[in-house]
Write a protein that binds this ligand. Structure first.
Ligand code: ZN
Ligand code: ZN
Length: 77
């Protein structure tokens, strides 16, 4: 008799890992290689940040998170 353990083998693909390394913009819901991030988890892409800059920053040095109201630096990422 021959035992063949490979007859029960399973194949799984995990393509979600690719998206894990990217950031999803909380504004437009698209994923980007780079997003501005807040410590609370909020993320926004460069395009949305540019569009909303008038409401999120008043000095061009820091931006205010709309979720938690925290201040984040513009140039330290
Ligand atoms: Zn966006
Ligand atoms: Zn925040």
């Amino acid at each position: 008799m021959i035992d063949d353990p490979q007859t029960t083998r399973r194949q799984k693909r995990r393509e979600k890992r690719i998206q894990n390394s990217r950031r999803q913009c909380h504004c437009c819901r698209q994923t980007f290689m780079f997003c501005w991030r807040c410590r609370c988890g909020f993320a926004i892409c460069q395009a949305c940040m540019h569009e909303n800059a008038w409401g999120m920053t008043c000095n061009g040095i820091t931006w205010t998170c709309p979720d938690c109201g925290g201040q984040n630096g513009y140039g330290n990422q």
